[in-house]
Design a protein around this ligand. Structure first.
Ligand code: ATP
Ligand code: MG
Length: 700
């Protein structure tokens, strides 16, 4: 019959698994063995081998269903004792279904953090967790727990800075909505708790609501998506107090186009909606219009209402506005400056309401100046007069800038009318420019307030996968340190060649083209002139800044050419920024956190295998684990080992010390010497050895 009790076969040579198994990882298929079985729908299911015949196996699935499959569709599953291990390197069999299963086991029990060797894998819970706060901070500080946690990472970074005097960085990566920003905040809370006392730690934390208001927006993937890259340095004094901080944002990534346009169902930057919903009466009222912003509700603004999404579930924009102004107070942005900031935001909103009238059959336009600014209030004004008032420029100048451009022809200046698309893009470019200048200016103000005498630098959040190389170097150093500490001869630990991994990580380069396209349209020199003519401080500052950025004023005659050259300079600047960041991070000891998004719905309790797998693959988690476990990844203290396997010994060892018991076990079961090492406190095993011992244990 098909029953063949002794039929067995080694999986080592099988094509796909070759990658993931090393020579120590022999695996024998036999009856009753639990395996992962690729089901017809391409999912992996856990089953038990009923029988094997040649390349075919009969598998019993949990629901009692039997399935005939080719053995190449089977992968080893780990013994149950390893279910939900807190470090993936402890898995005896490393394969995708096992890793997915392990992370899921933990996730359903609200254990969202798992180690993958030196990397922390963080799965977004999409709900509030009772994992944070003072008690938990204390537990990690006092090392009364060693569960994987962001706090543990922050703690070792803090120690590295304070104890060893080496700058550290925490690099948090993951796709949109995976939890990078939240994770960075959690790490910052821990560091603020540890380095608190000077008062500045509170300021550092308050930069978050400000940066999120101005730099985050609701997208289809994340209700609070960061649209800019940021690096926050936290500086510690020698007495372990936070003594300064600095934020660096990469303005190139800052997505300006969102201010004027985006996909349906997405929002512009939070701050616009917060301002409209939460501005106090003193700002919004039009009784004394000359001093006010003349703010209306968000649905009166074209720039806001065009994407059919004004609100976010469970978010109170008015309350957020209140928090924003509190945070601005704390980082010492004066009330006067705050009002200027809000005036610029209002100017951007009103710009979007400026409309054009086509005046000839060549599609040339003029600005409409007679139409009331909004549906609510006919008596007051038009969009154009609002913008001019808010920016402090003359109405005719504004109208001219938005509908014409000056061309230098020899000694003469020719004024040419813009076509409708040209006029709209001129208007939008001005709006985008004002917004991004405002963002940069604000970050500068915050930095002024935060940047005191900086000591050591401490980098916290930087999402660039290229740093992986840097990381690999450290990975091996860390491994070696633990071996040395426990008296292991680490030269016996052969590490697999990791070039394959490095190549993999080099795949993940920054996609710069998209960013440049989005931010590519430079501001027309006429618009810069307009900003210069304003009698408000901010527009003037912006103009100076913009002139500085493009180095030379753009000649209208060679406008097309200069667009290209400006794009070029943006690209060069971006590379420069990246290089600087890299250089600064290169001089630090990095800590890595990989955030994983468990589902696309932003909901708790849903774990989509495919989505998780795709992210694990993309950031090379399996490879990291593979590198980490290529030494002796399974570790047990002598006590643990003796307690778990001691009863298997034939002789009575009741009164012997754990080390002797352990050695006796190793000898009795003929564990090959190259498969383990005995340290002062722990036993170190090659992969698969614990599974082998468990097998013996279960069958005794
Ligand atoms: P993006 O790249 O779009 O900026 P991100 O990786 O920064 O995305 P976050 O904004 O940090 O993602 O997280 C998205 C949402 O997931 C948060 O708004 C929050 O609702 C939830 N979330 C993330 N991490 C946690 C956590 N540790 N606990 C509870 N909720 C979380
Ligand atoms: Mg974010």
């Amino acid at each position: 019959g098909s029953e063949s009790p002794v039929d067995s076969l080694s999986l080592v040579g099988l094509s796909e698994e070759k990658l993931r198994f090393d020579h120590t990882n022999n695996y024998v298929l036999k009856k009753k063995l639990q395996v992962w079985c690729r089901l017809p729908d391409d999912e992996w299911g856990l089953g038990e081998i009923q029988s094997i015949s040649g390349n075919n196996a009969n598998i019993l699935l949990p629901e009692g269903r039997a399935l005939a499959v080719l053995v190449e569709n089977l992968l080893p599953s780990n013994p149950q004792v390893l279910d939900g291990v807190d470090d993936l390197i402890q898995l005896s069999y490393l394969n995708e279904p096992s890793v997915l299963h392990n992370l899921k086991c933990r996730y359903v029990h609200d254990m969202v953090y798992t180690r993958a060797g030196p990397v922390l894998v963080a799965i977004n819970p999409f709900k509030e967790m009772l994992l944070y706060g003072d008690d938990h901070v204390a537990a990690y500080r006092e090392k009364t727990t060693d569960n994987p946690h962001v706090y543990a990472i922050a703690d070792s970074a803090f120690n590295g800075t304070m104890r060893d005097g080496v700058n550290q960085s925490i690099i948090i990566s993951g796709e949109s909505g995976a939890g990078k920003t939240e994770t960075a905040k959690i790490a910052m809370q821990y560091l603020a708790a540890l380095g608190g006392g000077s008062g500045i730690e509170y300021e550092v934390l308050q930069t978050n609501p400000i940066l999120e208001a101005f730099g985050n927006a609701k997208t289809l993937r994340n209700d609070n998506s960061s649209r800019f890259g940021k690096l926050i340095d936290i500086h510690f004094s020698t007495s372990a107090r936070i003594c300064g901080a600095r934020i660096q944002t990469s303005y190139v990534i800052h997505e300006q186009s969102r201010v004027v346009q985006r996909a349906k169902g997405e929002r512009s930057y939070h701050v616009f909606y917060q301002l409209c919903a939460g501005a106090p009466a003193s700002l919004r009222d039009s009784i004394q219009f000359t001093e006010k912003l003349n703010l209306k509700a968000a649905n009166n603004y074209e720039y806001l209402k065009q994407s059919d999404c004004l609100r976010i579930d469970n978010v109170d924009d008015a309350l957020r506005f209140h928090k924003l102004t509190e945070a601005l107070d704390i980082v010492r942005v004066s009330k006067e400056d705050q009002e200027s900031v809000f005036a610029m935001l209002a100017a951007v909103l009103w710009l979007g309401n400026i409309e054009y009238l086509v005046i000839d059959n060549e599609n040339h336009v003029e600005v409409i100046s007679s139409k009331a600014c909004c549906t609510i209030d006919f008596k007051c004004c038009t969009a154009v007069t609002n913008v001019a008032k808010l920016m402090g420029c003359k109405v005719p100048d504004l109208m001219l800038t938005l509908s014409t451009h000056k061309i230098q022809a020899g000694n003469d200046v020719v004024i040419q009318k813009l076509t409708l698309p040209q006029a709209i893009s001129t208007r939008d470019a001005l709006a985008k420019s004002i917004y991004s200048s405002l963002f940069d200016w604000l970050v500068e103000q915050i930095n002024r307030s935060l940047e005191k005498n900086s000591f050591e630098q401490f980098c916290i959040n930087y999402a660039n996968e290229r740093l992986q190389q840097h990381f690999n170097r450290h990975l091996f150093k860390l491994e070696q340190e633990e071996y040395i500490q426990d008296g292991i001869d680490w030269t016996k630990v052969e590490f697999v060649d990791n070039t394959e991994c490095l190549n993999l990580f080099e795949k993940v380069l920054y996609e710069t083209n998209g960013f440049l396209e989005k931010n590519g349209d430079p501001l027309h020199s006429d618009s810069i002139q307009l900003l210069l003519s304003c009698n408000c401080q901010l527009p003037q500052l912006f103009a100076a800044h913009l002139l500085n950025q493009s180095q030379k004023p753009v000649s209208p005659l060679r406008r097309l050419g200069s667009v290209e050259s400006q794009k070029q300079s943006v690209a060069t600047k971006f590379k420069g920024q990246l290089f600087n960041l890299m250089q600064r991070l290169e001089s630090t000891t990095p800590h890595f956190i990989r955030c994983i998004k468990p589902n696309g719905k932003q909901l708790p309790g849903i774990y989509e295998n495919d989505l998780v797998l795709q992210q694990l693959r993309c950031c090379g988690v399996l490879e990291v684990v593979r590198i980490s476990r290529s030494g002796y990844p399974s570790r047990m203290t002598h006590q643990q080992f003796a307690a778990r396997y001691g009863f298997l010994l034939l002789e009575d060892v009741q009164f012997q010390d754990p080390l002797s018991v352990s050695v006796a076990i190793l000898q009795q079961f003929n564990i090959l010497p190259e498969m383990y090492q005995v340290g002062y406190t722990k036993l170190f095993f090659r992969t698969g050895q614990i599974a082998a011992l468990e097998d013996i244990r279960n069958h005794t």
